[in-house]
Design a binder for this molecule. Structure first.
Ligand code: ATP
Length: 588
């Protein structure tokens, strides 16, 4: 979502939220029922305590029964207390069930939305703000569902029940006093400062998104930050964003503090009014006040409801904005299988980052077994072409493998036949086997070991205590860059792709290891695997059937390495001369 994009309205966001959480309604209704019973039993305990108090200070009980044995009262209070405990437990239990359901529902909705948005961009930019949406915003909505809504329902039920009971036992004036108090505390006070709270919730959500992004970026680049002595600077930036967040919190704090004070004044004011207006006995008045004062506690949760509503609506709007943004790459339904081998044909390919065109009208083809090497200056569009071939970036053009048009093929099928090994050899948390298989079916341990051996990682695997079951540490920090790159290549090779795309995926390897990789690739080219290789190294360029030179998103030269080298005024020739000069200058 771009910065300029306006967030959708609260009504549309609420409708979206409800439509995605419809099956939460039955457990939510049960949680609300339990919350009501819990609070009514609590008032029952106050009633029993009030009866006991009246007797202890020597007053007559109102109504026909002049005395209830204290022992019976104590037993009743213990019983009601246990019942309340059980109800509280059940309320919490069902509440947590709702919470987990809401979390899993919203997380999978958001995951699908992120995947459609930009598999390529998601990994590279705004990851903190994406993280904020995937975690904190969803948490806010979940808290509202599970822990704010049921108490609000209970507030309505408790206030109606106590008002009705007061009317039946004490007449209309005390009932009206209580009802007015409830309306003030439950409806009017929560309206104070709503715009301030809305603004605070919205900007706190944005500012925490920024903080998450900063934390993510500084964690990812902690070594660089320290190496360049920029740690202090990053801490200052974090402190500035945190203090902006705190300033919003302070404004919201004023409003909630004022509301809390006014609510106490209304509670005790209405207790005083009940005493003054009471036309019954002193004992009846005491019992009424003993119940009326704590009944406000339930009504006060509506204040939390409005606060929670502001917060969760701000979060829901951000979630909805992401979920409803048009997908960057289109998914196809149904099954259109791709051949196991075939010519990859690319005509008039243009590639875009957001709205910016970075590759324009590129044509090329890779026949079975062919190696096409793409070279060009940094930023010329090589990785963008690679990403567009697996539909990870927005693109136009006519692409096909064999007879099949690629834009008709579902993403999973496309990415299982045309496999991209990107610059970052990302490993996920899990065992070596899980990282190599990664969702593919029918890959045996023998195949995994064989590819690992081919790529020169055999001794490394044998040194691992649990073999293929060895778990890779967080962010695969236990692996060298070269080991990680070879594991990423092994992951691609066990899939037997029709076309393998290597985006600088041997850049961290020494010459011997790189030769092993090239041997493995060449063997598979013999079986018909086409290869598109992005590389700066002359060693890999020499192996190519075709070299394609890119400049500013366009092809400026294309042909066999020999043909391109024969043109001494060409771009490729001067690149090779520069590279040779560099190697000569570096050699001892
Ligand atoms: N995530 C992104 N968002 C916006 N623009 C991007 C993004 N990634 C790359 N670009 C832009 O797209 C253009 C092509 O970048 P690309 O990464 O394809 O170049 P490249 O030739 O692979 O560069 P390198 O050799 O440095 O990897 C560049 O102008 C770059 O600034």
């Amino acid at each position: 979502m771009s910065k300029q994009q306006k967030l959708p309205g609260s009504l549309a966001s609420s409708r979206w939220l409800i439509s995605h959480t419809l099956d939460l309604l039955p457990p939510l209704a049960l949680a609300s029922l339990l919350a009501c019973l819990n609070r009514l039993v609590a008032l029952g305990i106050y009633l029993l305590a009030g009866v006991g108090l009246v007797q202890v200070i020597g007053l007559e009980l109102p109504g026909p029964s002049s005395r209830v044995p204290i022992g019976l009262l104590i037993v009743a209070i213990i019983f009601a207390g246990l019942l309340k405990g059980g109800l509280r437990y059940a309320e919490q239990y069902v509440g947590h069930k709702v919470a987990f359901l809401a979390l899993s529902r919203l997380r999978s909705t958001m995951y699908e939305a992120f995947a459609k948005q930009a598999p390529f961009t998601a990994a590279t930019k705004s990851s903190g703000s994406l993280l904020a949406k995937a975690t904190r915003d969803i948490d806010k909505v979940e808290v509202f569902f599970a822990h704010t809504l049921p108490p609000a329902v209970a507030a309505v039920v408790v206030s109606a029940t106590v008002s009705w009971w007061t009317y039946l036992n004490f007449g209309s004036t005390p009932a009206l006093i209580l009802l007015s108090g409830y309306v003030i505390v439950g409806l009017l006070l929560p309206m104070i400062g709503v715009p301030t709270l809305r603004r605070a919730a919205s900007s706190a959500a944005t500012s925490r998104g920024k903080q998450n992004q900063l934390v993510m970026e500084s964690l990812a680049g902690v070594e660089v930050l320290h190496a360049f002595g920029a740690g202090e600077q990053m801490i200052k930036r974090l402190a500035t964003t945190a203090s902006a967040d705190a300033a919003q919190g302070n404004k919201a704090g004023w409003v909630t503090g004022l509301r809390a004070a006014l609510s106490q004044i209304v509670t005790w004011g209405s207790a005083l009014a009940l005493v003054l207006a009471s036309e019954t006995t002193l004992s009846a008045t005491i019992i009424l006040v003993v119940i009326a004062v704590p009944s406000y506690d339930s009504v006060r949760t509506v204040d939390g409801f409005v606060l929670g509503l502001q917060d969760s609506l701000a979060s829901a709007r951000r979630l909805f904005a992401t979920a409803s943004a048009p997908p960057v790459v289109a998914e196809q339904r149904g099954s259109v299988p791709l051949p196991h081998t075939g010519t990859l044909s690319v005509q008039n390919l243009s590639v875009f980052h957001d709205q910016r065109q970075v590759v324009e009208g590129v044509d090329f083809s890779i026949s079975p077994g062919e190696l096409l090497t793409v070279v060009g200056a940094s930023g010329s569009g090589k990785s963008s072409i690679a990403a567009a071939l697996v539909r990870a970036l927005k693109s136009n053009g006519t692409l096909s493998l064999g007879e099949v048009q690629l834009d008709m093929v579902p993403l999973a099928e496309l990415r299982s036949r045309i496999v991209l090994v990107s610059q970052e050899a990302v490993m996920v948390r899990g065992s070596i086997r899980e990282n190599l298989v990664l969702g593919a079916e029918g890959i045996t341990d023998e195949e995994l070991r064989s590819v690992i051996n081919e790529l020169g990682l055999g001794p490394w695997l044998r040194a691992q205590r649990d073999g293929l079951d060895t778990r890779l540490a967080d962010r695969s920090s236990s692996l060298s860059g070269g080991q990680r790159q070879r594991l990423a290549l092994a992951r691609a090779l066990v899939r037997h792709p029709a076309v393998l795309i290597m985006d600088e995926s041997t850049s961290a390897l020494d010459a011997d290891s790189e030769q092993l990789v090239l041997n493995a690739i060449n063997e598979r080219r013999g079986y018909g695997m086409g290869v598109l290789m992005i590389s700066h190294r002359l060693a890999t360029v020499r192996e190519a059937n075709t070299v394609m030179v890119l400049d500013a998103g366009k092809i400026v030269e294309s042909g066999t390495p020999q043909a391109l080298l024969a043109d001494t005024s060409g771009v490729f020739y001067s690149m090779v001369v520069r590279e040779n000069d560099r190697i000569t200058a570096e050699s001892p």
